[in-house]
Write a protein that binds this ligand. Structure first.
Ligand code: GAP
Length: 466
């Protein structure tokens, strides 16, 4: 990447962050107390955008499939769940500390910055870290040490090892410990999946890049239980579904995705195939989400640690075996970041003056994901117009996410709606009182059409392809 391209890209990130704050998508967390580093609050539009992404994800991966069931498990689970999954022993990053300024860094990030492949197959004390100094002050670094990312808490009033519990670092554990409950109550046959979306917590050492890496975030994931003989076919089926998700539902530029097959030696020891789906963020190509074939690692570990039988009996062959698992996992906040980056556009738009143009920022969200779908804009605040416009807004609220705005000039109101990505603006003018029609403006083409008020709902429904 040239210096110019790099600046343009970082510039885009800055512009998106600034738009998010200005328009109420995402605010710095705890701002009136000076903030809390790397924590973010979703404002009215950001929350709605997130809801829309989660709803679309749920519809695509759960509701529309006959082989998927939903679950909502607890955030705080019996700590033995994390003993079985290996999180208590292994869920850690390797850290070094600068002996001079005492800043801490993740080894893999330091190596990456130097263009050196992290040596995942080596023990910390075997890694060659000569030549690597503190990126902040050039000081010498300590030996690497493992730092566990689990967020610890205590249940009840005493704080000791018997009351220690953890906030979940992923939702997967809930799906594994409820495998038998779901099987017994839904009478499912393999293959089938258990899905959930929920908050997760990781005490990240180097959070940053806006909402890309935070300590509190949401994951949408599912555990798809299979007969091991079918794993290759089912893995390929999920890769196709994931492509369809990005292309048809999130409608992103597919050239911005990088399909990173994790090679032997870099995968977790129990995984036979892992694919990281990466995205070309302004700050570099980094993970967006992933899919892994986890074999029977999870159920066998939970069987061993809990002492419960988690085997499945095939109803036709009577064969008894531990199901294997394919796990597609999605960071909801990373998907939202990608949605914002893909939507951000700066372009020239015609003004009211013949032949004149002005710059406009427009968030071209896929229409079904936009946090406001229809804006109702009366041309005057006069009661005779605003009462018609308010009634119209209220009627449309049953089907759409509607904003009502009667302040400022119509040009300014269009710019505001463009900036928050509203696909359709409906203006109500004095002619509307006579001809019972309104003007509908399309966000992307800026074309305007006169539509009968009585037809407006159906017209908009056809545009959204609900
Ligand atoms: N159950 C598998 C699992 O948790 P993971 O790759 O550790 O896999 C799943 O996490 C997804 O969660 C990632 O692909 C990423 O999208 C998102 N994610 C992970 N850590 C995150 C963080 N600190 N902040 C925001 N999103 C994160």
């Amino acid at each position: 990447m040239t210096g110019k391209n790099m600046n343009e890209k970082n510039d885009k990130m800055e512009k998106v962050i600034s738009l998010c704050k200005r328009r109420g998508f995402i605010f710095p967390g705890s701002e009136i107390y000076g903030g809390l580093a790397n924590s973010w609050d979703y404002g009215p539009l950001g929350h709605q955008l997130k809801q829309n992404i989660k709803k679309a994800w749920w519809k695509f991966f759960v509701q529309e499939r006959e082989d998927m069931v939903p679950l909502d498990s607890a955030i705080i689970m019996n700590p033995r769940v994390w003993e079985a999954s290996g999180h208590l022993q292994n869920f850690s990053d390797l850290l070094v500390e600068c002996k001079k300024c005492h800043h801490r860094f993740r080894i893999d990030h330091l190596l990456e910055a130097k263009g050196i492949e992290p040596q995942y197959d080596k023990e910390p004390n075997e890694m060659d870290l000569t030549d690597i100094t503190c990126p902040d002050c050039d000081g010498h670094l300590t030996e690497p040490k493992a730092f566990n990312l689990m967020f610890k808490t205590f249940i009840g009033i005493t704080e000791d090892s018997t009351t220690t519990a953890y906030l979940r670092p992923e939702t997967a554990g809930g799906m594994f410990v409820n495998f038998k409950n779901v099987l017994n109550t839904t009478r499912r046959r393999l293959p089938f999946g258990i899905a959930q979306i929920g908050k997760c917590f990781r005490n990240e050492i180097t959070p940053g890049n806006f909402i890309f890496r935070t300590r509190e975030f949401e994951i949408g994931e599912f555990e798809y239980f299979i007969d091991p003989k079918d794993w290759e076919k089912i893995f390929a089926m999920w890769l196709d579904e994931i492509k369809r998700w990005w292309q048809d539902i999130m409608q992103i530029n597919m050239d911005n995705l990088v399909w990173h097959e994790i090679p032997d030696g870099e995968r977790a020891h129990y995984s036979k195939r892992t694919m990281d789906i990466e995205y070309k963020y302004p700050f570099g190509v980094k993970e967006l989400h992933g899919i892994a074939y986890r074999t029977d690692f999870d159920l066998s570990r939970h069987e061993k640690v809990s002492g419960q039988d988690l085997h499945y009996t095939d109803p036709i062959t009577n064969e008894k075996f531990l199901p294997h698992v394919i796990e597609p996992t999605f960071g909801i906040d990373r998907m939202l970041l990608v949605c914002l980056l893909e939507a951000y556009n700066e372009e020239q738009a015609p003004t009211a003056d013949e032949g004149e143009t002005e710059a406009r920022v427009v968030m071209k969200f896929p229409k079904h994901l936009a946090p406001v779908q229809v804006a109702i804009l009366p041309l005057s605040k006069k009661e005779e117009l605003s009462s018609v416009a308010r009634d119209l807004a209220q009627t449309l609220r049953k089907n759409f996410l509607v904003d009502y705005d009667e302040t400022q000039s119509i040009g300014k109101r269009y710019r505001r709606q463009d900036e928050i990505g509203t696909p359709f603006c409906v203006t109500v003018d004095f002619d509307s009182l006579e001809d019972k029609k309104v003007t509908v403006r399309d966000r992307d083409t800026m074309q305007q059409e006169r539509i009968e008020i009585s037809e407006l709902k159906n017209y908009l429904i056809s545009k959204f392809n609900f």
